[in-house]
Design a protein around this ligand. Structure first.
Ligand SMILES: Nc1ccn([C@@H]2O[C@H](COP(=O)(O)OP(=O)(O)OP(=O)(O)O)[C@@H](O)[C@H]2O)c(=O)n1
Ligand SMILES: [Ca+2]
Length: 493
């Protein structure tokens, strides 16, 4: 027995040594691979802030993304949304310092949401849209003062202020299209992209990849994104946001100089005294109030969808077109093709009216029923949760949306099904702000970034399994095929 034990001991210690060497080698390999992969254990996040200074209101968006993945599509996400109290910055034309002040509450909120250590490296951008475009047309000095005021406020924050400017309608359309396709991870994929429909208070944009060559250079934009080329059709209609179109529609009805207006786009029983200047005091309305001895008119509703549609059609000019085909007002537009995401006021209105996801025919029937509902009943049903001014305008807004899409852009019963009314995609709002930031921070590469074949976690697990597999193989090899070659020469004796 003692002899046997003596014979076994060197062989046993040789095996242990062999296993130990192998195990140490596997651990060193794992560590080495992890180091070579150079992955931090904790994800580092970066942040960016964009303020959307729209015609009706301003909103602040905070975006975040993992630092080492900033070039991959779909990585940037909305972290926080802060609506600025009060109206849009263009409403501060006569009190410009108020424009900058109005942003303070959301800036303070952003300071709390972002780690103070990251404040200095967080870029902040402000983009103003149609409200400021109109103010620039009407009163450029006031527009400049308003811009100076917001620049002043933003440059005093701890963030990295990158500018406050009025963006063009073309940029607004293109960045909205980039946002929805970035969030939908459509770039570089064979399935194609989604068109973007944006409706604001003062302008509206349509942007999509056409299947025909684009006839007008003003409406064409070329992009190379994630390895694919895109030629995009885009147009922004200034004055065709829903607040300005309401003024245009009222102007058409008030042209006869009467002080009592029977409006089919407002509910039966609705009656409100309004000021003429609220209709005429905008560069979108070209006529002036003929009789300035009268300040007010009475706005009554009659609640008739069909008549409302014909009244709204009058704000479009369908007669002149110098291209092969037009949407309206002589603007070239190829036929709509593919799927579309309709956001901003398209979504607010259609969601309120519960008209998302229906056929065009059903949408019209249900909207006609809604418009026919007396004002008292509407107030009883929704008055508690919706402001009266918003509530009174939904029949008009819904009818305008249908008219714009069907008569303006030429969507049909068939292509209507390709429109989705969207608010958010994967938790981030659809709108131009994300696309704007991605562009200004160079986060949308022309070519597809090299992506690792496997995730880091998957890679580590694979190596671990390989090590265990080799260990088992070594053990089995030793058991059934004889002593391992790494055994000491003593063992063999
Ligand atoms: N819950 C809400 C929020 C807004 N609105 C309306 O939607 C329109 C504004 O939409 P928005 O996309 O916020 O427009 P802006 O960005 O302010 O305007 P623009 O893009 O033209 O500058 C306004 O008529 C506003 O009254 C609404 O009906 N319901
Ligand atoms: Ca907008």
């Amino acid at each position: 027995m003692a002899e046997q034990r003596e014979m076994k001991a060197p062989w046993h210690s040789g095996k242990m040594l062999c296993v130990a060497i192998f195990f140490i080698a596997a651990v060193i390999t794992l560590v080495a691979i992890s180091v070579v992969q150079n992955k931090p254990i904790q994800q580092k996040y970066k942040y960016g802030i964009v303020l959307d200074a729209g015609s009706s209101h301003t909103a602040l968006y905070i975006y975040e993304w993992p630092a080492e993945k900033e070039n991959n599509t779909g990585m940037v996400r909305q972290r926080h949304y802060c609506p600025v109290k009060g109206k849009g910055i263009s409403s501060y034309a006569h009190n410009s310092s108020g424009a900058g002040l109005s942003l303070m509450h959301c800036i303070e909120e952003a300071k709390r949401k972002i780690d103070p250590a990251k404040h200095k490296e967080t870029p902040v951008y402000l983009g103003a849209t149609a409200g400021m475009r109109l103010l620039m047309e009407q009163d450029p000095k006031s527009a400049e003062k308003v811009l100076s005021s917001v620049k002043d406020t933003l440059s005093k924050t701890p963030f990295d202020f990158q500018g406050a400017r009025i963006i063009t309608g073309q940029q607004e359309g293109a960045f909205g299209w980039i946002t929805v396709n970035y969030l939908g991870e459509n770039f570089g994929k064979a399935a194609g992209t989604m068109g973007a429909l944006d409706l604001g208070g003062a302008s509206t944009q349509i942007t999509f990849v056409s299947n025909q060559p684009i006839e007008s250079p003003d409406n064409s934009m070329d992009f190379r994104l994630y390895g694919s080329d895109y030629q995009v059709y885009t147009h922004s209609f200034l004055c065709y946001g829903k607040d300005q179109v309401l003024k245009l529609a009222l102007e058409k009805q008030l042209q006869s100089g009467e002080t009592l207006l029977q409006d089919p786009c407002f509910h039966q029983g609705y009656s409100q005294d309004k000021q003429f200047k609220d209709v005429f005091d905008t560069p979108c309305v070209k006529t002036i109030n003929k009789d300035d001895s009268k300040e007010n008119f009475t706005h009554n509703g009659t609640g008739d969808f069909a008549q409302c549609q014909s009244s709204i059609q009058k704000v479009f000019n369908f007669s002149q077109c110098t291209s092969s085909r037009c949407s309206f007002n002589g603007v070239y537009q190829p036929p709509v093709v593919g799927t579309f995401g309709a956001f901003s006021a398209y979504y607010f209105v259609m969601n309120f009216l519960n008209l998302t996801g229906q056929s065009l025919e059903d949408t019209k029937r249900n909207l006609a029923d809604y418009c026919k509902t007396p004002w008292n009943e509407i107030k009883q049903r929704y008055g508690e949760r919706v402001k009266e001014k918003y509530l009174s305008e939904y029949c008009f807004s819904g009818t305008y949306i249908l008219t714009l899409l069907e008569n303006g852009y030429n969507f049909t019963e068939d292509t209507w099904r390709d429109i989705t009314f969207i608010d958010k995609i994967e938790g981030s709002s659809a709108g131009w702000t994300l696309g704007y930031m991605l562009n200004l921070t160079n986060m949308i590469p022309a070519e597809a970034p090299d992506t690792p074949l496997m995730t880091h976690g998957g890679f580590v697990i694979l190596i671990l399994f390989l090590s265990i597999f080799l260990l088992v193989l070594l053990f089995l090899g030793h058991r059934f095929l004889g002593r391992p070659s790494c055994s000491s020469p003593k063992d063999i004796v």
